[in-house]
Design a protein around this ligand. Sequence first.
Ligand SMILES: [Zn+2]
Length: 89
Amino acid sequence: MRIHCPLCGERDRREFYVKGAAMERPAGNAGLDDWHAYVHLRENPAGVLAELWYHEMGCGSWLSVTRDTATHEVLKVELASALGLGGAA
Ligand SMILES: [Zn+2]
């Protein structure tokens, strides 16, 4: 699988670390149910899913990668920071 990093260009997926589903982090004062859902609950579709990927062996950017999990076709790649998604582990 190849991922087109917006800063580095097309790269092999082995240059990246995948964190999981790209989800918006709850506010600091959010309730336990919101934090439980953010930390523990994930969709696992056989289909289109947006995930956070870290370009570990490249520019060090967090990316939102939208791909089809059944075919591994990458549909869209965006900088996570541009979407307001935090990726830091
Ligand atoms: Zn990069």
